[in-house]
Design a protein around this ligand. Structure first.
Ligand code: CTP
Length: 422
């Protein structure tokens, strides 16, 4: 198996940063509150100092002990029984915080924030935090999300400077299907991080400021006929996280994406394509201007040789399909590499490191992220385990950890390579 061959090569561990901004995570009493734990973990791994504040009912849905353990700090539970070391905690904390994100912002909490109430830790700290912009990650039932009272409260909060993340769509805890799902915790953490580190916004002198980065993401679809295609289960999450991580370091990012169900990352130019040939064409222009290409897309290596213009009818007999090769986008672009930094991914089921090394050379890459794809790891999953290869260096091991962390690590590696290249 790829993973067993990899573990014999004594890879060195990839390091995550330490020290960083102070971020408040307010948690409200809704079923999605437990996902605050993922947001706290992701922010800590980025190096943030995280303090969790609970609204009155949050502890019914998520364990304060878990949040205390993950954040490594006391959790604000009862406004009238603040941890002794905090003094008048909610005031000091809110004044000093670089970002304040409310995870699982329920309809009730949104109403109380809009009304300016101060009856629990989250609302009291939010008043003191003003006029710095609150970040709200809403989660509630679809009917609640669409209710005119909730819309009006959100407008009020927006007018006061709050940033409100769009909830995701899907199956809700109540069994309904629709808008109102908590956004991906990695996205929430990324947005909170970007707010806490305004110096990491584009053009502000961060590690990738002034650099243009091209990222490919998602699967491609190769049509057999108007209703059928060849593809793979890539969710696009890795590429979207990489694009957001490069943006967070100040890069101007173009993301060429195959068909995925992810929203455009804010502050990133997104070009949506369907097939491998479309992806290659969409990459050519941005590549000529790019300082770095990070190819995360799971490109279909073949396409049907003769796709049908109309739906192919069943005949009751077997059928065979003739395929022809698609262009290798990364390989094609690598021929005009110049001084660009090129990063590839390799999803391998066997001989992980040997196959990955061959790809590193063949595609003239500066970095290659090799993922074992077996036993549920890799495609479509939230977490990732990887070995990061570079020419002439020992492979570094990452994870298993969230894709957002791997993305942040790669963005910093690309920044280092570009800096050394001048
Ligand atoms: N890639 C690409 N265009 C393709 C195939 C792959 O740009 N047609 C890129 C992927 O985005 C990834 C890297 O090349 O960064 C490795 O892709 P992978 O499919 O794992 O490797 P292949 O080179 O296709 O080799 P093999 O099929 O032998 O595994």
């Amino acid at each position: 198996m790829g993973s067993s061959s990899a573990t014999t090569s004594s890879p060195t561990a990839a390091r995550l940063p330490e020290g960083g901004p102070s971020i408040l995570v307010g948690v409200a009493g809704g079923i999605a509150a437990y996902k605050a734990a993922d947001v706290v973990g992701a922010l800590r791994r980025r190096g943030a100092r995280v303090t969790v504040l609970l609204s009155r009912n949050a502890a019914r849905f998520v364990s304060p002990l878990a949040l205390r353990t993950l954040s490594g700090r006391p959790v604000g539970e009862d406004l009238f029984d603040e941890p002794a070391e905090w003094g008048v905690g909610h005031v000091t904390l809110a004044k000093e915080a670089d970002a304040f994100v409310v995870v699982a912002a329920t309809a009730d909490l949104i109403a109380r924030l809009a009304a300016g109430e101060a009856g629990d830790f989250v609302t009291a700290a939010a008043l003191v935090y003003h006029p710095k912009p609150l970040l709200l990650a809403p989660a509630m039932n679809t009917a609640m999300w669409r209710h005119p009272a909730v819309r009006a409260n959100l407008r009020t909060l927006r007018a006061r400077g709050a940033r409100i993340l769009d909830p995701a769509s899907g199956l809700l805890a109540c069994g309904d299907v629709g808008d109102g799902k908590l956004p991906d915790p990695a996205v929430i953490a990324g947005e909170a991080w970007a707010l806490a580190r305004p110096d990491a916004r584009p053009g502000a002198g961060a590690e990738l400021a002034g650099r243009r980065v091209l990222v490919t993401a998602g699967p491609t679809r190769e049509a057999l006929d108007p209703v059928r295609f060849l593809s793979n289960p890539s969710s696009g999450r890795m590429g979207y996280q990489v694009a957001a991580a490069c943006r967070d370091l100040g890069a101007e990012v173009t993301l060429v994406s195959g068909p995925v169900e992810l929203p455009d990352p804010p502050g990133v130019r997104v070009v949506r394509v369907v097939s491998a040939r479309e992806m290659l064409e969409a990459c050519r222009g941005p590549f000529t201007r790019a300082h770095a290409l990070i190819a995360c897309a799971a490109v279909s290596d073949w396409r049907p040789a003769r796709p049908s213009g109309s739906k192919v009818k069943k005949t009751g007999r077997g059928a065979s399909l003739r395929l022809e090769p698609n262009p290798d986008i990364l390989f094609t672009l690598s021929r005009a590499k110049g001084r660009r930094v090129l990063v590839g991914f390799a999803a391998e089921t066997d001989d992980l490191l040997a196959n990955a090394r061959a790809k590193l050379e063949r595609k003239r890459l500066d970095l290659l992220v090799a993922n074992p794809v077996d036993g549920g790891r890799g495609f479509g999953s939230e977490a990732n385990e990887a070995w990061i290869l570079a020419p002439g260096a020992e492979p570094r091991h990452f994870g298993p950890g969230p894709k957002s962390e791997l993305a942040a690590l790669l963005a910093r590696d690309v920044a280092d390579l570009l800096r050394r290249r001048g």
